[in-house]
Design a protein around this ligand. Structure first.
Ligand SMILES: [Zn+2]
Length: 318
């Protein structure tokens, strides 16, 4: 009996015929599905609820933990996004193989809200409402914090696809060629988006916007946009005083638009609609999405974003 159990466990450790992949976030789930393609011997599941959004402060549920114990490998966004699950994984499934899709991505650090010319300047540059950042600073007092929202940049998303393909080939060498081909094909589709971004970045358009500076950082950098005032990242943390301050900054800079996200604070969006004198454009950065989204979901949504941004920013005099 004991021998049997040992044999079953042993078979499980070499994936028992099926490679069970778990992906931390919705964008990484979509990316991994594209890299795995039709390969039958691999299952791809999403760990976190698809509608969750950024999991910076996420607390794991028993259901998540069950999923972690059943998986062979966990595909991560990386760049610090999954700090919340490291200790849980060590506790419940220390054998779980971690695939860091962000390992090769050209990362940005979390931008301070204003540039300070003097290096001796030691006042707090951190925005006041990034509650998840405050936590991180408690744990990691030194070094710049990486911005984990790199999937919003198609060129970086393609880099992550190549990393996932290379890491999957190590776990499943027989599928290596398939993963590489799928990642390359997907990168070609992302290239179309990247070409659009490059064209738009070079065009004559208004560049100053108000946005969630963390979530928009990568796309903003690719497009050459300047975020002149910050919307809070994630939850419903803005007070009436914050909103007044935000609208005051906004008025001073006269930016082209306020960019919001469907996953952002509802209260904030309502306030902006009522009080802002600028156009408000909702841009879907895909931190969330339908669990049964088509494999082309990212391209479709990003194309829509780019068209809407082009329409709005190019129609206003720079
Ligand atoms: Zn986030």
């Amino acid at each position: 009996m004991k021998v049997w159990i040992a044999l079953i466990l042993l078979a499980g450790s070499v994936f028992g015929g099926e490679l069970r992949l778990l992906c931390s976030t919705f964008p990484i789930f979509q990316l991994t599905r594209n890299v795995v393609g039709e390969r039958d011997s691999v299952s791809v599941k999403l760990l976190l609820p698809a509608e969750l959004g950024c999991p910076h402060d996420y607390v794991m549920t028993p259901r998540d933990i069950r999923r972690l114990t059943k998986a062979n490998a966990l595909v991560l966004n990386g760049l610090g996004m999954e700090a919340f699950l490291t200790s849980t994984v060590q506790r419940v499934n220390p054998e779980l193989i971690m695939i860091d899709s962000g390992a090769q991505v050209a990362s940005l650090t979390v931008e301070t809200p204003h540039a300070c010319a003097s290096t001796s300047c030691d006042h707090d540059h951190r925005p006041q409402h990034h509650h998840h950042r405050a936590h991180k600073h408690d744990r990691e007092p030194t070094g710049p914090e990486l911005n984990p929202h790199a999937w919003v940049s198609p060129i970086r998303y393609a880099t992550a696809a190549a990393t996932i393909a290379a890491e999957l080939a190590k776990l499943d060498p027989a599928g290596g060629a398939t993963y590489a081909a799928n990642a390359a094909a997907y990168a070609k589709r992302l290239d179309i988006l990247q070409a659009k971004i490059t064209t738009l970045a070079k065009s004559n358009m208004q560049r100053e916007v108000v946005a969630d500076a963390q979530a928009f950082a990568y796309l903003g950098a690719d497009l050459g946009l300047s975020i002149v005032a910050e919307l809070p990242h994630g939850g419903d943390s803005s007070s009436a005083a914050d909103m007044r301050a935000l609208l005051k900054t906004t008025e001073a800079h006269k930016p082209a638009a306020i960019l919001t996200q469907p996953s952002g604070s509802r209260r904030l969006q309502k306030l902006l609609k009522r009080d802002a004198s600028l156009p408000v454009l909702e841009v879907n950065l895909m931190s969330t999405g339908p669990i049964d989204a088509p494999l082309t979901h990212y391209e479709t949504v990003m194309l829509k974003n780019l068209d809407a941004l082009a329409h709005l920013l190019q129609s206003r005099e720079p």
